[in-house]
Design a protein around this ligand. Structure first.
Ligand SMILES: CC(C)(COP(=O)(O)OP(=O)(O)OC[C@H]1O[C@@H](n2cnc3c(N)ncnc32)[C@H](O)[C@@H]1OP(=O)(O)O)[C@@H](O)C(=O)NCCC(=O)NCCS
Length: 188
């Protein structure tokens, strides 16, 4: 895979299955039960694809195959309202304790959103990692968020994910909260 063959393009609905598949392929818990997979799909992919599509990008190789994605939400209020008012009852109907998982997910964003109004998630397809693709996608996203007037962006990373921590630090992000997951952020 040559980096010059890679294009970063705006997210479109036709890429949804491919980004869901990459998210599953990089999962650190591939054997989780179906209801947990459904929760994760909503929390880490579908919310952004459906409600914040204009702030999402995918990386395509020369055959137009999706080899990575970066998705974000610059509007914490919209995210919070969706998760707590619209999605929470649906998730709790799947499993009672999913309510707590959703509230937990929101805690760091709630704490830091005054300084870092946007948050993001990203993954690169296995086999395509460590070739500069993540850096390319992150640069594109930071430029986009800056252009639309965001003050900063943050993300959550497991403290055990040393490769990702190194990646974000190399790209100028700082750890602002050393609870688990760590919160990394950058001002724009
Ligand atoms: C983390 C991730 C998004 C980085 O994207 P990438 O395209 O692999 O990263 P780049 O090639 O742009 O990496 C640049 C730097 O990141 C660090 N890095 C990335 N992958 C690494 C690895 N496997 N081992 C060690 N360091 C790594 C290195 O510092 C690297 O610089 P170097 O190659 O000069 O040493 C990607 O590897 C990935 O999706 N990993 C699996 C899922 C994941 O952890 N997602 C993030 C969840 S928060």
């Amino acid at each position: 895979m040559e980096m010059m063959d890679i294009r970063i393009v705006n997210y479109e609905t036709k890429y949804l299955d491919a980004i869901r598949a990459i998210n599953v392929a990089v999962s650190s818990h591939p054997n989780r039960p179906a209801d947990e997979k459904e929760l994760c799909r909503h929390l880490y992919i579908d919310y952004y694809a459906f409600y914040s599509a204009e702030n999402c990008f995918v990386a395509l190789d020369k055959n137009d195959e999706v080899v990575g994605y970066i998705i974000s939400e610059p509007d914490f209020g919209r995210y919070r309202k969706h998760m707590l008012e619209d999605y929470l009852p649906e998730a709790m109907a799947l499993r009672e304790d999913f309510g707590d998982k959703i509230r937990q997910e929101i805690v760091p964003y709630e704490k830091w959103h005054d300084e870092y109004d946007a948050h993001l998630h990203m993954d690169v397809k296995p086999g395509c990692q460590r070739k500069g693709l993540g850096t390319m996608m992150l640069e594109r996203m930071l430029e986009h968020l800056k252009d639309i007037g965001c003050k900063g962006v943050m993300l959550q990373v497991s403290r055990k994910n040393e490769k990702a921590l190194r990646f974000y630090e190399k790209n100028g992000m700082k750890t602002i909260d050393e609870t688990d997951p760590y919160i990394l952020a950058i001002k724009l």
